[in-house]
Design a protein. Structure first.
Length: 409
C-alpha cells in the first residue's frame, strides 16, 4: 500500500518552503563573514556572559556557519523530510529550553523548528543568556520574517508562572542539559500542563578512539594529536561534543606510551596558544581529576605520566583497568589511556561523538559496536557537526512537523 499525501486544506499551515532554506543559507553566509554586521550581532556580548574566550567563539561561529550553508542545508532537509514528499506541515509553536554551555547549541536548537516553518519560543540557558536574542537580532538583518517567529522568554527556573507562560500553546518542546536539569524541566512543564511532543537529551560525552596501528605510527600519531588538541581545548572543553578522553586499542610498550604522551602534550601546548582559556573556573570534579592524574604519575611512573601547561593538562595511563562512566573531566583537561582489559559497558548510552584515528584501509574497530556513538568523525572535527546529522539520536526535523500522508489501497 503506497503512501500518498492528501491535498492540504486551504487553512492548513504550509510546509517550510524553499525560501526558508534560502533565508537561512543567506544568514549562514553572512555569519561566516568576519566583517558582517550579522556576525557581530550573533557574537555581541557573548564573551562576557558565557565566559568563553572570543577566539573560541569565533571558531565555533565559523564551524556553525559552515554547517548551515548550502549544500549542507539541502542535505539536512532531504534527510529529515525528503522521504515525506511534501506531505507534512509545521506543528505550530515549538518551545526550546536552551542549554547554557555553548551558544551554537542554542542556535542549532532554534533553527531546526524555524526551518520547518514553526514559531519558536525559547528560554535562554542561565549560563548563556544572550544567545537566543542574538540569533533573533542577526536573523532580522537578512530574514525579518523568520526573526519575527522567535519569542525569547527569560525567567527563573523556580518561577511557576514563567513555566506556564512558556508552555502555553506549545505543540512541541526540546530540552538539552544535564540529566538533572532535563528532569527538572520536564517536571515543571508537566506540572503546568504541557502535553505536546518532546525531544530531549541529558548527559552525553565524547571521546577519541585510536587503533593500535594509528597509535604505533609515530608520524601519523603526531598529526592526529594536533586534531585531538583542537577538540579538547576549543571552548574550554564545554559541550557534549568536546573531547574528554583518548582511548587507545591494543598493547604497546611503555616507551611508546611516553613518546605518545609527550607528542600529545606538545600539541596541547601549541593549540592552547591559538585557543586561550576563557573566564570560567574549573569545576571541583575537574580539579580533582587533575590532582588524581598528577598523583598517579608521581606514584606509578612506570604506567602513568602527567604534563600541565598554564591552562591545560594531560594525564596518561597505560595500566590495565576498567573504564569509568565519566570518560574524562573536560575543562581543558584530557586523559590518554589504554583500553587493555577494559570493556565499554560503563560508557554505553552516554556517547555523543567519537573521533576515530585509524589507517584508511583498516576496518572499523569492534569497540564502536559497544560504544554506539551518535556520530563518528575524524580528529579535529568533533565540534564541527554537520547540520544533517541525526542530532543526539533523533532524525533531524521530523519532530517538528505534522505528517499529512495517508494510506491508499
Amino acid at each position: 500500500m503506497p503512501i500518498r499525501p492528501p491535498a492540504a486544506p486551504a487553512s492548513a499551515p504550509a510546509p517550510a518552503a524553499a525560501d526558508h532554506r534560502q533565508a537561512i543559507a543567506l544568514f549562514a553566509q553572512s555569519a561566516a563573514d568576519m566583517q558582517s554586521p550579522v556576525r557581530a550581532a550573533l557574537l555581541q556580548g557573548l564573551a562576557e556572559t558565557s565566559g568563553l574566550h572570543p577566539t573560541s567563539l569565533h571558531r565555533l561561529t565559523d564551524l556553525f556557519a559552515a554547517a548551515w550553508s548550502r549544500p549542507d542545508l539541502d542535505r539536512l532537509w532531504q534527510r529529515g523530510l525528503g522521504h515525506l514528499d511534501g506531505g507534512f506541515a509545521p506543528l505550530g509553536t515549538v518551545g526550546v529550553v536552551a542549554p547554557g554551555n555553548l551558544p551554537v547549541a542554542t542556535w542549532q536548537a532554534m533553527l531546526e523548528p524555524l526551518l520547518c516553518g514553526n514559531r519558536v519560543r525559547v528560554r535562554p540557558g542561565s549560563g548563556d543568556p544572550l544567545a537566543p536574542g542574538n540569533l533573533r537580532a542577526a536573523l532580522a538583518m537578512v530574514a525579518p520574517d523568520l526573526a519575527a517567529a522567535i519569542e525569547v522568554v527569560a525567567f527563573d527556573h523556580n518561577d511557576r508562572a514563567g513555566w506556564q507562560a512558556m508552555c502555553k500553546g506549545l505543540d512541541a518542546l526540546t530540552v538539552q542539559g544535564s540529566d538533572a536539569a532535563v528532569a527538572a524541566v520536564l517536571q515543571r512543564c508537566g506540572e503546568v500542563g504541557f502535553v505536546g511532543r518532546l525531544r530531549s537529551h541529558g548527559h552525553l560525552q565524547s571521546l577519541a578512539l585510536v587503533t593500535a596501528a594509528a597509535f604505533a605510527d609515530a608520524e601519523k600519531w603526531r598529526a592526529v594529536a594536533q586534531g585531538l588538541a583542537h577538540d579538547a581545548l576549543l571552548a574550554d572543553g564545554r559541550g557534549c561534543m568536546a573531547l574528554r578522553a583518548v582511548l587507545v586499542l591494543g598493547e604497546h610498550d611503555p616507551a611508546r606510551w611516553l613518546a605518545a604522551h609527550e607528542d600529545l602534550a606538545s600539541a596541547l601546548a601549541t593549540v592552547a596558544v591559538a585557543l586561550p582559556a576563557g573566564q570560567g573556573a574549573p569545576r571541583p570534579a575537574q580539579v580533582l581529576a587533575r590532582e588524581t592524574a598528577a598523583f598517579a604519575a608521581a606514584t606509578e611512573p612506570n604506567s602513568a605520566a602527567f604534563t600541565a601547561g598554564g591552562d591545560w593538562w594531560l594525564g596518561s595511563s597505560w595500566a590495565p583497568g576498567g573504564l569509568q562512566p565519566e570518560a574524562g573531566p573536560g575543562g581543558r583537561g584530557l586523559v590518554l589511556r589504554s583500553t587493555a582489559g577494559a570493556d565499554f559497558s560503563a560508557l554505553q548510552g552516554t556517547v555523543s561523538t567519537v573521533a576515530l584515528a585509524r589507517p584508511e584501509t583498516e576496518a572499523l574497530p569492534g569497540a564502536l559496536t559497544n560504544l554506539r556513538p551518535h556520530r563518528l568523525c575524524r580528529p579535529g572535527a568533533m565540534q564541527a557537526p554537520p547540520a544533517d546529522r541525526a542530532p543526539d539520536g533523533h532524525l533531524p526535523l521530523l519532530a517538528f512537523v505534522r505528517v499529512l500522508a495517508c494510506f491508499e489501497a
